[in-house]
Design a binder for this molecule. Structure first.
Ligand SMILES: *Cc1c(COP(=O)(O)O)cnc(C)c1O
Length: 218
């Protein structure tokens, strides 16, 4: 399993306008170093603690939080991430805004949509997305940069397609409203098993772990 080859093969087969976020969870520092060496620039981390450790070792890069963020971790998260990609409630948004205000930072965020409307899943429900965005847009220290969805997880990428279509529809509708302080630029959809379908349905930011590093052991 050669990480550099994997990354290069993926990068050259995926359209240039599509950003690749490296999903680094469970990977070693050396593995992450290799993919950065191959040219990857955006590292996605699921946990604040883990991200801090990796960042201390590897330094520069662009760091995205792709895992669920708890309110009591926001204070640390806003210091180390360049983007928070899983914002899904007004309570979380307000906490991010407050913490960013105190360190003089404007945090780019993606709003995570629970496109399958699954109970227990993170993400804002499709019908609540616009109200959340309108409220967030009023805050000074947050900048909405796009939308993200996981979609219901299943082995079959085709079963994710309707949820990607639904999310793109919401993306286009909200973009057309031209809400001040909302810059819908990124549509983050697709992982190793679904990124091709996601790109067909309008994704311009995919999150890849297994395709780069191989199967996770844990
Ligand atoms: C792990 C993870 C990914 C990548 O998953 P793979 O199937 O290994 O590509 C993408 N997004 C999130 C939020 C993840 O936690």
């Amino acid at each position: 399993m050669n990480i550099v080859d994997n990354y290069n093969r993926l990068r050259s087969s995926i359209p240039k306008y599509v950003k690749i976020v490296v999903a680094a969870k469970t990977r070693t520092i050396d593995e992450i170093r290799e993919v950065i060496f191959a040219g990857a620039s955006i590292i996605g981390e699921n946990y604040v603690q883990e991200a801090r450790k990796v960042q201390q070792e590897l330094g520069n890069g662009t760091w995205h939080l792709i895992g669920h963020l708890q309110r009591n971790k926001v204070k640390d998260a806003v210091k180390i991430f360049d983007m928070i990609g899983t914002v899904d409630s007004i309570a979380l948004v307000k906490e991010i805004d407050t913490r960013c205000a105190s360190i003089g930072k404007i945090m780019p965020v993606l709003i995570e949509i629970n496109s399958g409307s699954e109970p227990q899943k993170s993400g804002v429900l499709p019908e609540n997305t616009l109200p959340l965005i309108r409220e967030t847009a009023l805050l000074q220290n947050i900048k909405i940069m796009g939308l993200m969805t996981m979609g219901p997880l299943s082995g079959n990428p085709e079963s994710a397609r309707p949820y990607f279509i639904e999310t793109r529809k919401i993306f286009n509708e909200i973009k057309a409203l031209n809400i001040p302080n909302v810059e819908l630029q990124y549509l983050s959809m697709g992982m190793t098993n679904s990124y091709k379908v996601a790109i067909e349905e309008g994704s311009n930011m995919i999150r890849l772990g297994t395709a780069i590093f191989g199967e996770r052991k844990s």
